[in-house]
Design a protein around this ligand. Structure first.
Ligand SMILES: C[C@](O)(c1ccc(-c2ccc(S(=O)(=O)c3ccc(N)nc3)nc2Nc2ccccc2)nc1)C(F)(F)F
Ligand SMILES: O=P(O)(O)OC[C@@H](O)[C@@H](O)[C@H](O)[C@@H](O)CO
Length: 660
C-alpha cells in the first residue's frame, strides 16, 4: 500500500507521498481532504464573467444540501467518488479481495448526522436548565471563530428576550481582535486553545464545548478537544467540521504530542458512550480550493442554528426534539439558497462593480445594520488572509459599532484604523476620501431605521455613484420610492412571514444573515477573480502565515509544476528566506519559524513558482514577479513550453477522471 498520508516521523515536515511517477495515483488524490480538494465545478472560474461566476458559486453552495449518494469511503480512508449505481469495489493495493468494506460519506441530511444532532440537543437542554453552573462554549479560528462569536451572542440575545441569563460563551483564536483582523498564527497553538478554554469556563460544573474546525485541522481546536477528553466529568466535547475522521489532519502538531486525527479518533471512541460527539458531514470542496469560509462557514451556521434553535424550542415547549424537526429546520435553509440566488443577475452586477473598483485600486465598503453589519465585517476581514490584500481594500461597518457587536472585550477602536467599525467612524474617517472608484453596499432590513439609512445614503451618494443596497423585506413590505432613488441599485430579498413562535423570529434573522453571507462572499470572491487574483480555482498568491497555509502552498506548487514535494518545499523556503542555497539549519528548523518569517513577505509562492519553472536565482525570480505580477502567464508559459509536461488544466482533468 503506497503511503500517501502525512505520517508523524523524525525528519520533520516532509509529506509522505508516492514518488514522482505515481503522483497521479488515485490513492494520493483519495487521501486529499475534501476541504482542500479542487472543486471540478469551478475549475475554470478564473476565466468566467460575473454572471458565470455567480452561477458557479451557486452550484457549489447547492452541494451543501446534496443528499447522500453512492459516494463510498473504504475503511482505509480512500475517498472515491462513484457516480455509478452499484458500489464500485476498489480493492486496496496489497489488500486481499473481499476484505475491503465501504461506508457511505455522511451528508448534511444523513441519518447518522441527524441522530448526533439530536443527541447534542439533549446536552444543550440539560445546560439550559442550569445556566448558573453550566455553559455552552463555541470556539474556532478565523471564520470559524467569528461564527462562534456570532452564534454565542445571538443565542444569548434569544435567552435575554425570554428574561433568562446567558448560557453561551465564545472563544476565537487570537482574542476579539481576530473578529476583525487575521490572526492566522494563533491557529497553530494547542496550548493557547486549552488555556483560553480553562479561563472562560472557570467555576462551571457542566460545559458543552463546541469546537469548530471545518478542515478537522486547527491545532488550537485539537488542544481544546483534548483538554475536554481529559476532563469528561465536566466537559462534553462536540467537534464540527467537514471531512471524514480518516481525513483529519495527521501531521504532528509542533510542540505537542498528538495529531488532530488522533484527537478526532479519541472523540470517535468516546462518542460510543455518548460523551463526545462529531458532526462532520461532507459538503463538497470549496469553490476556491481550501477557502472554508465559504461552504464550511455556511454549513456551520446551518447545522448549529438548526440544532440550537430546536433545543431552545423543545425546552420552551417541553417537547422532545425529533430527527424530523431538525430536518425541517435545515430544509428551510434550502429555500434561502433558492431565494438568494433568484437574484443572480443583481448579484452579478455587484460582482462586476466590485471587480471594476478593485481593478482601479478602489475600495469596497459594506455599511450594515445589526447582525447584517456583522456579516459585512466578517466577509471583509476574510479578504486579507484569503486574497492577500490590505485591510483597507474591503471594510465592514456596523450601526452603533461595538455596542451592537456586544463582543466580550468591548470597544477595540483605540487599537488602530482596522478596528474602526461604527457608521460614525465611516462618516468621519473614510467618507471624505471616498471617490467614484469605490463601491459602497448598504445592507439592512425594513425594520431598521429607514430615516437614518436614507440620510447616510444621501451623504455617500455625493461622493460616489456606485452606491448599492441589499435589503431584506417580509412579504407585503416594500422598499419606499425615495429609498430606491437614492441607490444605483437595490437588491430586495423577500422572505415569507414566519408563523413559528419566538424561535421563528430568530430563524428568519439567521436566514437573512446566511443570504447576506452568500451575496457578500460572491462580491468579494468575484471581485478578486475579476482582478486576476485566482488561477483556475486556486488562490496561488496566498500568505503563508500558518502551517496549514504552508502545506497548501507546497501542494499548489506541486500541482502546477508536477515537481516532487521536496523540490517544491525547497523552492518555497528559498523564496521565504531569499537565498539560493538553503542551509541545513533552515531545512530542519520548525515550520513556525518559516511561517513567522513568511508572514512578513509578499508573493513568496509566485516567486517559488518562478524558481521552479525558470530555474533561475531567487533574486531574478523576485524581480520577474515584481515586473510582471500576474502569475497566470508565468505558469502558462512554463506549462505550455515545448517539451514541457501537460498544462495544469490537463493535469487537473486527468486527476478528476481518475477520481471518477
Ligand atoms: C488540490 C491541491 O492539489 C491541494 C491543495 C491543498 C492541499 C493540502 C493543503 C493543506 C494540507 S494540511 O496538511 O494543512 C491538511 C489540512 C486539513 C486536513 N484535514 N488535512 C491536512 N494538506 C493538503 N493536502 C493533503 C493532505 C493530506 C494528504 C494528501 C494531501 N493538497 C492539495 C491543489 F491543487 F490545490 F494544490
Ligand atoms: O475552520 P478551520 O478549517 O479550522 O479553518 C480556520 C481558519 O483557518 C479559516 O477560517 C480561515 O481563516 C479562512 O480564511 C478560511 O477561508
Amino acid at each position: 500500500m503506497i503511503n500517501t498520508m502525512f505520517v508523524p516521523q523524525k525528519q520533520k515536515h516532509i509529506m509522505e507521498t508516492p514518488d514522482m511517477g505515481k503522483w497521479e495515483l488515485a490513492g494520493y488524490e483519495a487521501a486529499l481532504p475534501v476541504t482542500e480538494k479542487s472543486n471540478p465545478i469551478t475549475r475554470e472560474i478564473d476565466k468566467a464573467d460575473p454572471v458565470q461566476i455567480v452561477h458557479l458559486l451557486k452550484e457549489c453552495d447547492a452541494e451543501i444540501f446534496q443528499e447522500e449518494d453512492d459516494t463510498l469511503v473504504n475503511y482505509k480512508g480512500r475517498y472515491t467518488e462513484t457516480r455509478t449505481s452499484e458500489p464500485q469495489l476498489e480493492v486496496e493495493i496489497g489488500q486481499r479481495e473481499g476484505e475491503t468494506s465501504h461506508r457511505k460519506v455522511k451528508r448534511l441530511y444523513s441519518a447518522s448526522v441527524l441522530q448526533t444532532m439530536m443527541d447534542v440537543t439533549k446536552k444543550v437542554e440539560a445546560i439550559l436548565k442550569d445556566p448558573e453552573h453550566s455553559l455552552i462554549i463555541l470556539s474556532g479560528c478565523g471564520t470559524s471563530g467569528r461564527l462562534a462569536f456570532l452564534l454565542a451572542t445571538s443565542f444569548n440575545k434569544l435567552l435575554k428576550g425570554l428574561h433568562k441569563n446567558p448560557s453561551y460563551a465564545y472563544i476565537i483564536a487570537g482574542g476579539d481582535k481576530a473578529i476583525l483582523t487575521s490572526q492566522e498564527a494563533s491557529e497553530d497553538n494547542p496550548h493557547l486553545g486549552a488555556e483560553a478554554l480553562k479561563r472562560v469556563c472557570a467555576g462551571k460544573k457542566k460545559v458543552l464545548f463546541i469546537g469548530i474546525s471545518c478542515g478537522l485541522s486547527a491545532p488550537f481546536i485539537a488542544g481544546q478537544l483534548d483538554f475536554c477528553l481529559n476532563n469528561l466529568d465536566v466537559f462534553t466535547p462536540v467537534l464540527v467540521g467537514f471531512n471524514p475522521v480518516n481525513m483529519a489532519r495527521n501531521e504532528i502538531i509542533e510542540g505537542w504530542h498528538l495529531t488532530f486525527r488522533q484527537v478526532a479518533e479519541k472523540m470517535e471512541e468516546v462518542q460510543e458512550t455518548r460523551r463526545a460527539f462529531i458532526l462532520n458531514p461532507a459538503v463538497g470542496p470549496e469553490g476556491i480550493s481550501g477557502s472554508s469560509r465559504m461552504k464550511g462557514g455556511s454549513a456551520t451556521k446551518i447545522i448549529l442554528e438548526s440544532l440550537l434553535l430546536a433545543a431552545h424550542k423543545a425546552t420552551s415547549n417541553n417537547k422532545e426534539v425529533t430527527a424530523k424537526n431538525l430536518l425541517d429546520w435545515m430544509k428551510t435553509y434550502e429555500k434561502v439558497h433558492k431565494i438568494t440566488y433568484s437574484q443572480g443577475k443583481m448579484i452579478a452586477a455587484m460582482v462586476k462593480q466590485a471587480g471594476t473598483s478593485l481593478e482601479k485600486m478602489g475600495r469596497i465598503y459594506y455599511i450594515g445594520w445589526q447582525t447584517l453589519g456583522v456579516m459585512g465585517i466578517i466577509d471583509a476581514s476574510e479578504c486579507v488572509p484569503t486574497f492577500g490584500t490590505d485591510f483597507s481594500d474591503v471594510r465592514g461597518f456596523i450601526n452603533k459599532g461595538y455596542k451592537e457587536m456586544a463582543n466580550r472585550e468591548g470597544d477595540l477602536t483605540s487599537r488602530g484604523p482596522e478596528f474602526e467599525i461604527s457608521h460614525e467612524d465611516f462618516m468621519m474617517n473614510v467618507l471624505p476620501d471616498v471617490t467614484e472608484n469605490d463601491t459602497v453596499v448598504f445592507i439592512f432590513t425594513l425594520d431598521d431605521d429607514l430615516l437614518e439609512i436614507e440620510k447616510l445614503a444621501n451623504q455617500v451618494k455625493n461622493k460616489t455613484p456606485n452606491l448599492h443596497a441589499i435589503s431584506h423585506v417580509t412579504t407585503g413590505q416594500y422598499v419606499s420610492a425615495n429609498i430606491k432613488k437614492t441607490f444605483a441599485s437595490v437588491m430586495s430579498m423577500t422572505w415569507p412571514i414566519v408563523f413559528f413562535e419566538y424561535e421563528g423570529f430568530f430563524l428568519q434573522k439567521f436566514q437573512r444573515e446566511l443570504s447576506t453571507k452568500w451575496i457578500l462572499n460572491a462580491i468579494s470572491t468575484g471581485g478578486h477573480i475579476l482582478k486576476g487574483k485566482i488561477y483556475f480555482n486556486h488562490m496561488i498568491d496566498l500568505k503563508v502565515s500558518n502551517s496549514k497555509l504552508f502545506r497548501r502552498a507546497v501542494a499548489i506548487l506541486q500541482r502546477f509544476t508536477s515537481r516532487s514535494p521536496i523540490i517544491c518545499q525547497e523552492a518555497l523556503l528559498k523564496s521565504i528566506y531569499e537565498t539560493d542555497d538553503l542551509s541545513d539549519e533552515i531545512r530542519n528548523v520548525e515550520i513556525s519559524t518559516h511561517t513567522t518569517l513568511a508572514a512578513t513577505k509578499f508573493k513568496v509562492v509566485p516567486t517559488a513558482l518562478v524558481l521552479l519553472t525558470r530555474n533561475c536565482s531567487v533574486a531574478e525570480a523576485m524581480s520577474r514577479i515584481q515586473a510582471k505580477p500576474v502569475v497566470r502567464e508565468t505558469i502558462d508559459r512554463y506549462l505550455t513550453a515545448p517539451g514541457r509536461k501537460r498544462t495544469a488544466d490537463q493535469i487537473e482533468m486527468q486527476r478528476d477522471e481518475e477520481n471518477e
